[in-house]
Design a protein around this ligand. Sequence first.
Ligand SMILES: Cc1cc2nc3c(=O)[nH]c(=O)nc-3n(C[C@H](O)[C@H](O)[C@H](O)COP(=O)(O)OP(=O)(O)OC[C@H]3O[C@@H](n4cnc5c(N)ncnc54)[C@H](O)[C@@H]3O)c2cc1C
Length: 437
Amino acid sequence: MTENESGAKVTSEAGTALRRSTIVSKDAESALITSFNLRPADGVPPAPHRAGQHLTLFADLPGKGRVKRNYSISAAPNGESYRISVKREAQGLVSRWLHDEAEVGTPLLIAPPSGSFVLPESDARPVVLLSAGVGLTPMVAMLEAAAAERPDLPIHFIHCAQNGTVHAFRDHVRELVSRRANLSATFVYSRPEPGDEIGRDYDEAGPLTLDRLAALATLAEAEIYVCGPLRFLRAFVPGLAARGVPMGRLHYEFFGAMEDLFGDPPAEAPTAGTAAPGPAYTARATAGFTRETIGATLIDSAADAIIASDRAGDIVLWNAGAARIFGFTQDEALGQSLDIIIPEPFRARHWEGYHETVASGESRYGAGDMLSVPGLHKEGRRLSLEFTIALMKDEGRVTGMVASLRDVTARFNETQALKKKLAAAEEAATAGVPPPG
Ligand SMILES: Cc1cc2nc3c(=O)[nH]c(=O)nc-3n(C[C@H](O)[C@H](O)[C@H](O)COP(=O)(O)OP(=O)(O)OC[C@H]3O[C@@H](n4cnc5c(N)ncnc54)[C@H](O)[C@@H]3O)c2cc1C
């Protein structure tokens, strides 16, 4: 994050220009979800968005510094402000701060809207917007936009909530769909409360099943958009694909970490030895997983160190994993030579290989070769690293390198200890004495 001296221009780590914005209204939508309207502080209209896209916001939290989170824009473009609608997570850092501390007038920084979870260009196919919980936020924006500008686009808005207390935007959605005959809404409550009246507050008692969904909407013809909690996505995305909805017409947005979505096999996945993994594992550009968002997710992760360096070997990207493994913060590392993480005796050999690769454009290592080298922690202690590298090129000329490094010090030390023990045992066996314990 950089800020120029006048404080006027701010950019994210990735170099994206951020705009100072202010919360101009704060409205409860349900017991858990509150909407915030954000307006650029300079009075210039916000960058236009497509309904369904999200914002990345940066909030200055007391004692925590600047924290970044993504929020879908929950309203159609209006040329003045963005609305986001945030669920208060019981232990959540930013959502609790927004609910409990942020007020009208609180400043935030926001990156331009992004994401490809947006309505299709054509009105040819009916659209099903299927959401659960706070996953309705991009759907409300899409419904608003369509109600205003797409008279020929049929939309069925299907939303699952536990009950009326936590059901956001109920009256708003009912009003939007009342505007045209080709818009409809179905609300499914999994645990209706005594005050919730079927036919007035909700339409069906849940939970929603695939069979019920198939009865509600003509799935085979539709463009289907799914957003909701992990279990919901894992149930409906592979389930709909298994019912013949082509992946090109199945769009989904996930509010959590990618590794959660793809981590464990979904409950519905075929067991080992039967069919191939379900379609939830296939990449799909239409699902909001662009190269940029996937790349940013990897870089933002603190798991492995991701370090990019320019032709000269100066560090140009230093992620949270690098800070965790090597002990240098981003500010300390950026602009420094890679020497800060290379133990002195290995530097000459490292630079020989580095400059040779920059000049030739060819790495001496094959794609995917795992390299093992010693590394240096900020505190001077030796690390054992495994890493792969990729060359960054512009029209064939090497502009820099990206390394993905993993700290394997514990495993390396364990292997060394085992080797020593084995050698001692072999020696003892040869000499006819009992091995050490
Ligand atoms: C594209 C996109 C769009 C999104 N749109 C929206 C949106 O429209 N509305 C919305 O509300 N969210 C949205 N999100 C999610 C949002 O970005 C945040 O992840 C969410 O608000 C939680 O952030 P947080 O800082 O409050 O929680 P974090 O502090 O990041 O915690 C994440 C989760 O871990 C739990 N947790 C944290 N600490 C603990 C602990 N000590 N013990 C147990 N559990 C713990 C929290 O309860 C929370 O569920 C979106 C995400 C993406 C990627």
